[in-house]
Design a binder for this molecule. Sequence first.
Ligand code: WT7
Length: 664
Amino acid sequence: MTTSSSTIESTLIENRVFPPPESLARTARIAGMEAYHALCAEAEKDYEGFWARLAREHLQWTRPFTRTLDATNAPFYQWFADGELNASANCLDKHMGTPTENKTALIFEADDGSVTRVSYKELLARVSQFANALKALGVNKGDRVLIYMPMSIEGVVAMQACARIGATHSVVFGGFSAKAVHERIIDAGAVAVITANYQMRGGKELPLKSIIDEALAMGGCECVRNVLVYQRTATPCAMVAGRDTTFDEALAGQSSVCPPVSVGAEHPLFVLYTSGSTGKPKGVQHSTGGYLLWAKVTMEWTFDIRPEDVFWCTADIGWITGHTYVAYGPLAAGATQIVFEGVPTYPNAARFWQMIERHKCSVFYTAPTAIRSLIKAADTDAAVHPSRFDLSSLRILGSVGEPINPEAWMWYYKNVGGERCPIVDTFWQTETGGHVITPLPGATPLVPGSCTLPLPGIMAAIVDEVGNDIPNGVGGILVIKRPWPSMIRTIWGDPERFKKSYFPEELKGYYLAGDGAVRSADRGYFRITGRIDDVLNVSGHRMGTMEIESALVAKTDLVAEAAVVGRPDDVTGEAICAFVVLKRPLPKGEEAHQIANELRNWVAKEIGPIAKPKDIRFGENLPKTRSGKIMRRLLRSIARGEAITQDTSTLENPAILEQLAQSN
Ligand code: WT7
């Protein structure tokens, strides 16, 4: 583990401070910093008691837990382990017989703008019917189900239906390739796949089912007995007799009543694959009790969610944000939420603003990449500027997935929030299950570009390489010192990798987030300075450099060697830059251009379009030390277009730097 130079820089100078609006400071769930500090103090004083209180207040248990935290097998921590509950019952059944039952749970807006509403009562019936269909296919408690669905009511229903019968879902984002799906089906040992014939994005019909067919044809997927197909569009797709069933066929005759299966609090609710520092994605395993608890609590603390709110998290259900803040949190909190199928730029870059106006959205949660691309669009076309729309329904804004630069923050604050709405810059990860460091809208004075302070109960700190605390103002390694209920439980099928990745021995048993951070000298606010491992963040999506390298060298007829690094990008945050040595003479001009495109398409096939390198540079070799180690720090400088100022004395082949620098 190394600390990159960017994590050692001192605090960014940011003088602007935005206190919470007076109304929120008075009425929010956590109103004022004193209330925040009181909760932190409660957690400090009696850590387990604090979490036990929340778990009793926020969840309905079919069997109450008697033990809060079990650390006997650390770092495989268990929370509320002898308690039993069902996640779907805590999202749906619990609202029955309350005023929420007839309230709209989901406002679905399709790519073409058509809108469908589903009440909590209807959603429960649909989830139950789907759960019965899964049972009829022989899907049981503990089985894994792979979900490869567009953003849809049906996608949320599929996830909730799995939870209802105790099946563990593994959602794969619809942008991943057949190969990526194949790898995940095998790793998870999925017994069934839930997909759609096509998905609609930006007016285009994109295949999903044929990608599943391709994945299953790659072999080794004998575990999959059934494929369930949602007919999203009228276009037919191939169906394999005996294996594939349409939703309509599967649901026909199934009752819309299905008793939820009680599971232990530690029962795996889902496994979600994410990128790490090696070529193989990690199946992040989450629990039922601890995970759902934090999904619900953070909806109330971070978003101050109220019965009259219209919540909109723009993330896809294929990412953790779409799990916690689409499929579970808003439902557990009884909120009305918008689910959007399409993309922010179709039919034009005003789509988000139009939808906020149309549905009177009050809490809006999106990624800095989206904001930056919409800023660009509004700069060139006044018709898509947010000022053209009535956004007065908004009261809280959120940001997630990557650092938000102060310029984008200010634009979001002024032009979208009308200088009335606090921005909660939520720092968290697939592994943390929910927010860990974030402002509270009715308490925390905001500083643009800072995710401010840890939530009560989250013992975040900045330490050096051996786990010693580092003073404010100095960069270091972000850790969480104590386990918390919504944390990752293990890496599916690889407990050793779990230990090594997140609890390295030298860090005193602290959870290693994988990010560098610095706390401001004045307020102790956290600012995330970026990953300290070989993981890039492109448009708020995690990509392992090794994964892309493996994909490139898998093109064995063309590629001899490849190294991938990140460089800053105005819109996507980071961009992927690949340095490639070919098994043929160095290409120039048009030929280089063609080969680069061929390689981009290859990576899209191997992993998915999100992993396509933006820059591809060719060289006859890569900069290496005499022992043959690739010097990535030099590649990073070249990728950024910077002059090489680092020490190159250990470099075996200095001439290569010039060649690579000119290869763009
Ligand atoms: C990585 C986690 C958070 C859920 C979606 C992404 C970066 C995330 C922030 C933020 C600065 C952030 C970190 C983190 N990140 N949120 N508010 N400020 N950086 O989840 O794919 O697991 O990625 O995203 O680098 O480690 P993920």
